[in-house]
Every structure is written in C-alpha cells, then in structure tokens.
Design a protein around this ligand. Structure first.
Ligand SMILES: NC(=O)c1ccc[n+]([C@@H]2O[C@H](COP(=O)([O-])OP(=O)(O)OC[C@H]3O[C@@H](n4cnc5c(N)ncnc54)[C@H](O)[C@@H]3O)[C@@H](O)[C@H]2O)c1
Length: 303
C-alpha cells in the first residue's frame, strides 16, 4: 500500500464497477478510508442491487484497507446525503468525493422520450449535485476538501446521446461553479473526462486509438485528491485521461468580438458578423461528417 492519501476519507459514487471501482480500490491502496457507493444498476439504470457496492468493500478489506458500502441512488437528495453521512459517521470527516455514477439511454434527439432524458440527466448531473451539496457543507466547516466530477469528451456534442452530452456539459459548469464558490473555504473542484475499457464503453468503436484502462483514470483521480494537487492550486480544471495520455481542456472564453456603433440591428449584424466575429468550427462536426463520408464510401477512418 502507498500513502498518497494517508489519513484521508474519500467517497466514490458508482464505485461498484468500472472506473469507480478502480478509483475506490486505488484510493484505499493509497491509505484512504473509502465510502463505496453504488446503486448496482444495469447500464441503462434499472434493476438495482446492493451486492455490487458490498463486493468492492470486501475487495478493499481483503487487501487490508477500510471501507463502508452505501447502495443508495445518488440521483436523490437523500441518497447523496447518505453517501456523505456514511463517511462522517464511520470516519468523522470527508476529504474527497468522486462522482463517477452514470447510466446511458441512447436515442436520436427527434425520438428521445422523457424517460430517456430525465434519468440520464438525474444520474450524472443531479447525482453530482446531491453529493457535492452534502459534501461541501461539511468541507466548508473543515476548511478543506476536494470535489471531483466525471464528464466526457461527449460534452462537446453527441449524435445520439444529447441527454448524456447535456448532462456532462452540466457537470463541467457545476465543477467550475464549485471551484469559484468554494475557493475561499479551501475546497477544490475538478472534472475528469475518462476514456477506459468498461461495460459502458463496450459499444465505442474498437479502432478508437486512445483507449485506456480504469486504473489509468484512478491514478489521475488519486493525484487530484492528494495534498500535492491541492498545494499546486489545481481547481476548476477539466482533465482527459486516455491510457498513456493526460490532457487539460481549455477554459471557455470569448474568441472574437465586434462592437456596434449605437444599437445592433439584424441588418447590421448580417453585414458585420460573418467577416469579423465569424464562427468557431466544430471539430466534432467535422469528424462526424468524415465518418459519414467514409461509411458511404465503404471505408472507416480512425475516429
Ligand atoms: N468508460 C469510458 O470510456 C467513459 C468515457 C467517458 C465518460 N465516462 C464516465 O465515467 C463514469 C464511469 O463510467 P464506467 O465506464 O465506469 O461505467 P460503468 O457502467 O462500468 O459504472 C457505472 C456505475 O455507476 C452505478 N450507478 C448508476 N446509476 C447510479 C446511481 N443513481 N447511484 C449510484 N450508482 C449508480 C452503476 O451501478 C455502475 O456500477 C460515468 O460517469 C461515465 O459517464 C466513461
């Protein structure tokens, strides 16, 4: 066992499988006491079972670590609160929360139902809010803590998962808001956009060059939870980790502007906007179009 997180108490949602499980095991191996939360559902979010969270607690204990299981649904306020309460009642504090829980309900926008939209947004976005909300109240009093949200490269847009993409974009804005609002209380907040082999990514084309393992993601999360990351002032960041690659995403910022001489009119905007403000081409759109052309020609480029 290492000691990167010695003495810390960390709660991980969606910790029963995939990336969350790897994060929980790695945090425990680095000395943290861990709350293992998992509702134990299928990829599309049904048929809950408490055995999934309990199984990871047993794995941590077998390796000599300390953990407690919480099998609640983090898309409810009570569920998010119980994750944090479990840490405080078992271990007396909460130093980090990692919100990994997620589900998928894929459908083209023009066919998407409310039953496909609401649970996906509730699990990813509200499920991050409920845990951040409960944890930040404790961390504010402690004067220290780390919040980590899970986003996706799909926050740039998705052909057939507008629900997931919108939720993941929301997670980034929630993380940046937490970083801004909690800075004065010594609490940091960051987001991780993983690419890793799990049941959730099983449908991703295998030629996707940058595919990693859950353990690669866990290493980055352990670093973000650690004192060295806090001492370097790492907050309000979005990191991608895909196997051997770690990258930081840009902060959203204005690209080009133009000012009206007086008030804008639609006619004046039509004259000025194309040449001066213009557009910022969408890389995902170019990629999707290239794949569509290649499919039409019977070949498929690397994504
Ligand atoms: N695997 C990838 O390549 C990839 C890429 C981009 C983003 N992500 C994100 O990383 C996170 C983990 O993904 P994964 O690939 O490990 O998925 P996974 O399906 O293996 O694990 C997700 C876990 O979340 C749990 N869960 C679902 N709803 C829950 C709820 N309401 N409350 C508590 N637990 C709940 C599930 O039971 C499951 O064990 C997700 O947020 C996902 O969107 C993954």
């Amino acid at each position: 066992m290492g000691n990167f997180l010695a003495g810390k108490v960390v709660a991980v949602t969606g910790a029963g499988r995939g990336i969350g499980r790897a994060v929980a095991l790695a945090a425990a191996a680095e000395g943290a006491r861990v709350v293992v939360n998992d509702y134990g559902v299928s990829v599309d979010g049904v048929s809950p079972t408490s055995e999934v969270a309990e199984g990871v607690v047993k794995e941590i204990e077998a390796a000599g670590g300390e953990a407690v299981a919480v099998a609640d649904d983090v898309s409810t306020m009570a569920g998010g609160q119980r994750v944090v309460d479990a840490a405080v009642s078992a271990y007396g504090r909460i130093d980090g929360v990692v919100c990994v829980a997620g589900i998928l309900r894929e459908r083209m926008l023009f066919n998407m139902t409310e039953e496909e939209w609401d649970p996906v947004v509730a699990t990813h976005l509200k499920g991050t809010f409920t845990v951040f909300r409960a944890a930040s109240a404790v961390m504010r009093k402690q004067g220290a803590g780390t919040l980590i949200g899970f986003t996706s490269g799909n926050h740039q847009g998705s052909v057939s998962q507008a629900n997931y993409s919108a939720a993941k974009g929301g997670v980034i804005s929630l993380v940046r808001s937490a970083a801004l609002g909690l800075h004065r209380y010594g609490v940091t907040a960051n987001a991780v956009a993983p690419v890793a082999r799990t049941r959730m990514s099983a449908g991703v084309p295998t030629e996707l060059a940058e595919m990693g393992e859950p353990e690669d993601v866990a290493a980055l999360v352990v670093y973000l939870l650690s004192d060295p990351a806090r001492e370097h002032g790492v907050t309000g960041q979005v990191y991608t980790v895909a196997g051997a690659k770690i990258a930081v995403w840009a902060q959203p910022r204005e690209l080009r502007s133009a000012y009206a001489d007086g008030s804008w009119t639609p006619e004046r905007i039509a004259e000025v906007l194309p040449g001066s403000v213009g557009v910022d081409p969408m890389p995902m759109l170019e990629r999707v179009e290239a794949m569509r052309r290649a499919a039409a020609e019977g070949s498929r480029p690397n994504a």
